[in-house]
Design a protein around this ligand. Structure first.
Ligand SMILES: Nc1ncnc2c1ncn2[C@@H]1O[C@H](COP(=O)(O)OP(=O)(O)OP(=O)(O)O)[C@@H](O)[C@H]1O
Ligand SMILES: [Mg+2]
Length: 287
């Protein structure tokens, strides 16, 4: 790659069960930055993330990670590439039969030749970072949802990844734990040099951790900008907001969580009537 992008997404499309989820996504993520992906529920954020770390393949387009087109890799090569990638799944995705200690040790056992006592020490450090060292011998079912999330984070950073993908890291965390995880993501990016891609709904968290943000809507990226641009848009007074274009108005509505705006003027009332009664909505023209 010519510039300082470590992730380059080009023309990604993905249809799932006949429904177009991504309709041509381009996105560059620079080395060491925290890129936050925003978007409504069902807008395709988790799908985009899964494509970015190669757990599913696109219908069209390419994902270049650290100079490699991961869409073209066989399973073995993909496994090798994944050594440099950490993933925190939306669900946490821990092995339920293993303790938290074993879950975090797993990538170290699978991908390194480190001695067991060294692995133990690394696991302790990672669990201490997320405040779970004292819960190391519990299984996922014996932890709260937020604790599982933090255990998933410890596992995602076990191998000191070059790229860290996080899907809704703060969901289910209390405000203090959420702030702690935000700080950890910044630390992983700024002190450990990892490039982070984070999907989140939590606006406070998004504005705390992001260097840049991207807004996904109906399978397309409608804005990729520096954090300051998003902050200005969020804080723009209503009278100035009237002159915004459709895309900017949409982002502003999302950031402010407002009821009125382009995101609310969607949907087809006729479709609902057809579904309910098998007829056209009253007042709709015949034809
Ligand atoms: N495995 C799958 N099979 C079929 N459809 C899927 C699958 N995964 C996701 N989808 C569909 O793709 C769309 C986007 O889903 P996705 O999980 O990417 O959304 P999201 O933006 O992450 O939402 P949320 O904020 O609720 O997590 C949804 O309409 C969903 O129903
Ligand atoms: Mg999701």
């Amino acid at each position: 790659m010519s510039d300082d992008s470590v992730i380059r997404v080009r023309g990604l499309t993905k249809t799932l069960q006949g429904q177009p989820v991504l309709r041509g996504v381009d996105l560059d993520v620079k080395a060491g930055e925290v890129m936050v992906i925003l978007g409504g529920s069902g807008s395709g954020k988790s799908t985009l993330l899964r494509l970015m770390f190669g757990s599913i393949k696109p219908d069209e387009g390419a994902v270049n990670l650290l100079g490699t087109n991961i869409c073209a890799l066989c399973d073995e090569a993909l496994d090798e590439a994944r050594k440099r990638i950490g993933v925190l799944f939306q669900s946490g995705a821990l092995f339920s039969s293993k303790t938290i200690r074993e879950n975090v040790a797993l990538p170290l056992r699978e991908h390194t030749n480190l001695r067991p006592d060294v692995i133990d020490a690394i696991v302790k450090v990672k669990l201490e970072m997320v405040g779970l060292r004292e819960h190391a011998d519990k299984r996922p079912a014996e932890l709260s949802g937020g604790m599982r999330k933090r255990a998933g984070f410890a596992r995602a950073i076990a191998l000191d990844p070059k790229i860290l993908f996080c899907d809704e890291p703060s969901a289910g965390l209390d405000p203090v734990r959420s702030a702690e995880l935000d700080r950890l993501i910044r630390t992983v990016s700024k002190n450990m040099g990892a490039t982070c891609v984070v999907v989140t709904h939590e606006m406070d968290s998004a504005f705390t951790i992001a260097d840049r943000l991207a807004m996904l809507d109906q399978g397309r990226i409608v804005a990729v900008r520096e954090r300051a641009w998003f902050e200005r848009l969020r804080d723009l007074p209503a009278e100035e907001a009237r002159s915004l274009n459709e895309g900017e108005a949409l982002v502003r509505q999302f950031l402010r969580g407002e009821l009125d705006g382009p995101l609310s003027r969607r949907g087809d009332p006729e479709a609902f009537a057809r579904d309910l009664f098998g007829v056209r909505a009253r007042g709709a023209s015949a034809g």
